[in-house]
Each structure stands twice: as C-alpha cells, then as structure tokens.
Design a binder for this molecule. Structure first.
Ligand SMILES: [Zn+2]
Length: 288
C-alpha cells in the first residue's frame, strides 16, 4: 500500500519531470476516480501548465497555472508512472502494473499527455484511489478537513507525542496508524518503526516506558527518510522485494531478523497484518 515515502517519491518525480509542461489531453477511463471531486471533469485542466507539486500526509497536490489543483490519493494500490518522450520511466506507488511492462495496463485508469510528449499513466488495481480537482484557493481548507496530525517527516514534537501515547490504552500499532495522531504512517512503516524501537506492536501504548515511547517517536522520521531514499518499499502479494533488507520486517515472515537471526513472525493487530521479531520485540505481559 503506498505510504508517505511512495507518495513523496511520486511528488518528487512530478516536480522534477512535469513542472513547466502543459497538458494536451487527459484520457479518463474510470470516471469514479472523480467521485468526490468538487469539479467533476478533467476537461478544465486541458491547456494548464503544472506550476508546483506538494504533499500533505498521503495526498499529492499538483498546482496548475489556471488556478486549479489536482489532489491525488493513492489509497491501497495507486501508481503514478511518468513515461518520458526519450524513453525513460519513473514509477512510484504500488508495484502493479510492473514498471517494465507495457502501458496502459488494464488497471491504468487515466492517461495525461503533456505538450512535449511526456505521459503520466495512473493505475490502481483496487480502484480505491481518488482524484479531486478544485480551485487552488480551496486546497488548504480541503486538506485541513482531513484532520491530519503532524507530518511523519521532519521535526516531530517528541515530548508532546510521547505524553499523548502515555495516556492511550490501545495497541501502539493502532495508535501510530491513526492519521490524526501522526500523518503519513501506514502498515509497512509502523512495523519498521516498532522493530527499530524494539517494541511489540500489540503493546498498549500507555504500558510502554517513557524512554521507549520516545525511541518510537524518534525512529519515525528516520524510517520515513530511509523509505524516501529507497523510493518507497516494494511489497508484491505480501512479499517484500528486493532482498536489500528494507523494510526489515514487514512482509518478511519466515525470513530471519537482521539484528538477531530469529525468524520473523506474522500476527494481526487491529485486523492489520503485522510482522515482528519475537526476540527483539517481546509480547506485552497480560495483566490479570
Ligand atoms: Zn530480532
């Protein structure tokens, strides 16, 4: 599932390869992408030049010259592929369709063609992702309405977040997935953060020592930065690729922990598939 590092990678590719280019045409093959769009048609973007690419949590915002913006949320399986006229490809988000194969794929729901021949292929095998087109002036309010917490990248207020964690009785993994607590963390990177901090994902947040809670908060920007450096995690059908050790535990059931050699296990926390090292991350003690 595309998380913050994958969306940030899509944003960076867009900034580097699409800014200053003008849209010639948009072929939209799945109209439900626009189901909640204030402006219900992509026609308004024809002739518009991309001026900026920004991101809040897992929402990518593309700002155009005509005073309109396109918001893109990849949800479970969105993919943003930029095909350059000279032949290169930059692919961010879900690993299906395979970046080396022919586009458009049957799950490619929209194609944006720019004036210099650059093409964006937007694919989504699960069809939960969405596009919203609106006045650029309305974007901040629209993003505010999501109630996102602080960004998982950059400076997190470790003191305040550590204190909030200490008051919550829910499993720490569930808390970290709550976008109003910290925005941008998803299933893959929460498992990574908790492995780095050596905390079992099912541990009630308030049962974790202050030192460990602080370690968790501190691990978050490091894990995000690593994800962005890698261009996002590669998980295909619940198996992690390639074999370069990142992410360390998510989708690596049956492989060994790179820190201690113990076999990584899979469990469920709040209905989410969860991976951990049973030696590095001791399960919580159930109080009678
Ligand atoms: Zn271990």
């Amino acid at each position: 599932m595309p998380e913050l590092p994958e969306v940030e990678t899509a944003r960076r590719y867009s900034e580097q390869f699409l800014i200053g280019k003008r849209i010639d045409r948009i072929d939209l093959r799945l109209s439900k992408i626009l189901r909640d769009s204030p402006i219900p048609t992509t026609d308004v973007l024809i002739g518009a030049t991309l001026m900026g690419a920004r991101r809040r949590a897992k929402v990518m915002v593309l700002d155009f010259s005509v005073g309109l913006s396109l918001l893109v949320h990849f949800k479970l399986a969105g993919q943003w592929a930029i095909l350059l006229p000279e032949g290169g490809r930059l692919v961010a988000g879900h690993p299906v369709p395979k970046p080396e194969n022919e586009y458009p794929h049957k799950a490619t729901h929209a194609t944006i063609t720019f004036d210099d021949g650059t093409v964006v292929q937007y694919s989504d095998i699960r069809q939960f992702g969405w596009w919203r087109i609106m006045d650029t002036a309305d974007v901040d309010a629209a993003l505010m309405a999501f109630g996102f917490g602080p960004e998982a990248v950059g400076d997190l207020n470790a003191g305040a977040l550590t204190e909030i964690m200490g008051r919550r009785g829910i499993p720490v993994k569930t808390l970290l997935l709550d976008q109003s607590f910290i925005a941008g963390l998803g299933n893959i990177y929460v498992d990574e953060v908790l492995w780095r901090a050596r905390v079992h994902p099912a541990t009630p947040a308030r049962d974790i020592s202050t030192v460990k809670r602080r370690a968790i908060i501190r691990a978050i920007p490091d894990v995000m930065a690593e994800g962005i450096r890698q261009g996002g995690a590669k998980i295909i059908h619940t198996v992690a690729y390639p074999d370069n050790g990142f992410p360390a535990v998510h989708a690596r059931e049956g492989e060994v922990c790179s820190r201690c050699g113990t076999v990584i296990r899979k469990t469920r926390v709040g209905a989410r598939g969860t991976y951990f090292c049973p030696k590095c991350q001791k399960p919580p003690i159930v109080k009678s």
